[in-house]
Design a protein around this ligand. Sequence first.
Ligand code: ZN
Length: 142
Amino acid sequence: MTGFVADAMLGKLVTYMRMAGHDVVYAPDEDAVGDEEVADLAEATGRTLLTRDTELARRADGLLVKSKDIEGQLRELAGSGVSLELDVPERCSACNGRLSEADDAADDVPDDIDRAWRCEDCGKTYWRGSHWDDVRETLEAL
Ligand SMILES: [Zn+2]
């Protein structure tokens, strides 16, 4: 799979998937709100649609996400063969930009952190701190 488009119902899932390195476009970020627009966005960008809408999933040949809670949603994706493992941060969870290692980020990160990454698009700095550990535990518990 080359990437995903997620509909407006799946904002939290988008964050988790990006942390696991997936290329995920959040439809509202592209002003795609209606079913048609979301389906068109997925098709135009060659991405797989993720949606909680049964009809839309069928029409756009997407992946239907049934669960309302994030752990259930992640479990469904894992069951569909989507790899959800945290390794090196690769994607900006805010904007889906690519991250590259930042050697000059010492001022931006806690003292006990020795590696950091920065988004090539929005400039946000990332490191593997307590939030990272929490998410990794959630994914490993699936
Ligand atoms: Zn970014």
